[in-house]
Design a protein around this ligand. Structure first.
Ligand SMILES: [Zn+2]
Length: 377
């Protein structure tokens, strides 16, 4: 039997209606980072009903769990990863119920990434139902904590590594072999409080912060194309009719793989010195790195590329590798650089109108099966 024939045999066990219902129910369950259990229970129940053996991997001390399925022998040839959590939406009343409009399913986590998780579960169910015997193992993990600092993935990668890791974040099914780096940075300015009518007696913390921030934002493009700086939070002052004595900001910074982190941090430091030089005496400006996830761009042809290309060909999908421009758990994988590829678009993830094409979720399930057949048969 050819690989294509084996593939047809597994695909025949994919249940489209069941898959679409599973995504919708997953979206209905509000599972922000730290409270992922309702999604874990849903997917665990779906796996159990399909006869797929599932390991629960405790993460931390509060009862949170990754789900891990290993089919065939370890060490596995392929590891597919999804995350169970979404961003935290406050106030909760703004949580939209899942809604279907034609091919689109709207709701928090539909693209990022419950569509991908459901596709992975459907892939496993079809593999087991087909009775296919794999000569090399495959693992699928649904992890907690991706939208924070990846405690679920850290736990997973302690337990398991693979030469090909595919993370199902929303890429519109573009295989992203490159990945931007992500820096989370906190800035803080301390000034001196005084009556609002007597600013000469105080030292504003807000004005130097504004100068500092704009200097960073305007200077970033000079480092090279593709640098993204988002001023995510800005807080300072009070309602007391005073010169504000404190101001804090948080930045999200996405850096193309070739751009050293040190270059960006030098920009921040030089801008800090300029803002300090024009601030009143006694103003203190400091910055602290909260998180850094390194980016990567594989040089030459990575060993897994042929497997990937053949799987795309079998699934009838265009193969045009790209770069994932956001943050993901990929930066936590040791060894092989993961490929990010899943249904949905990053452009709508974390947005109020987040949605996913159900047809694309279906294509993702077919592609993941093709990957298993290519990498593990
Ligand atoms: Zn995500």
């Amino acid at each position: 039997m050819t690989k294509a024939a084996f593939l047809e045999q597994v695909w025949a066990h994919l249940d489209q209606e069941h898959l679409f219902d599973l995504v919708e129910e997953a979206v209905r369950r509000y599972t922000p980072s730290g409270a992922e259990q309702p999604a874990a229970e849903l997917f665990a129940a779906a796996l159990k009903a399909a006869g797929v053996p599932c390991e629960r991997q405790p993460v931390g001390a509060t009862g949170r769990e990754n789900l891990l399925v290993v089919l065939g022998e370890e060490p596995v040839a392929l590891l597919l990863v999804g995350h169970l959590d979404t961003i935290r939406l406050l106030p909760l009343e703004q949580l939209p119920a899942p809604r279907r409009a034609g091919d689109l399913l709207y709701g928090l986590g539909s693209a990022d990434m419950k569509g991908g998780c459901a596709a992975l579960v459907a892939c496993l169910a079809a593999l087991v139902a087909s009775g296919l015997t794999l000569s090399r193992g495959v693992a699928v993990a649904l992890v907690v904590g991706e939208e924070e600092y990846g405690d679920g993935s850290l736990r997973l990668f302690e337990r398991l590594q693979a030469p090909l890791v595919v993370i199902g974040e929303p890429t519109g099914l573009v295989p992203c072999t490159g990945h931007h780096g992500y820096l989370e940075l906190d800035l803080e300015v301390r000034g001196r409080r005084a009556h609002a009518a007597l600013p000469e007696l105080g030292a504003s913390a807000i004005e130097p912060m504004l100068r500092w921030l704009l200097d960073i934002v305007e200077g970033a493009p000079r480092l090279g194309p593709g640098v993204v700086v988002n001023v995510r939070e800005l807080e300072g002052g009070s309602a007391l009719f005073v010169v504000p004595d404190h101001c804090e900001a948080s930045l999200d910074v996405h850096l193309p793989a070739g751009l050293p982190l040190a270059d960006f941090e030098r920009l921040v430091e030089e801008a800090r010195l300029r803002a300090a030089a024009t601030a009143a005496d006694g103003v203190a400006l400091k910055h602290a790195r909260v998180h850094w996830g390194r980016g990567y761009a594989p040089s030459g042809e990575p060993a897994y590329l042929d497997t990937l290309r053949r799987a795309f060909s079998l699934a009838g999908l265009p193969f045009a590798p790209g770069v994932f421009r956001s943050h993901s758990d990929a930066s936590l994988v040791g060894g092989a650089y993961p490929v990010v590829c899943g249904p949905g678009r990053l452009e709508v993830a974390h947005a109020r109108h987040e949605h996913v094409s159900l047809e694309e979720v279906w294509q993702a399930a077919r592609l993941y099966v093709a990957l298993v057949v290519e990498a593990c048969l």
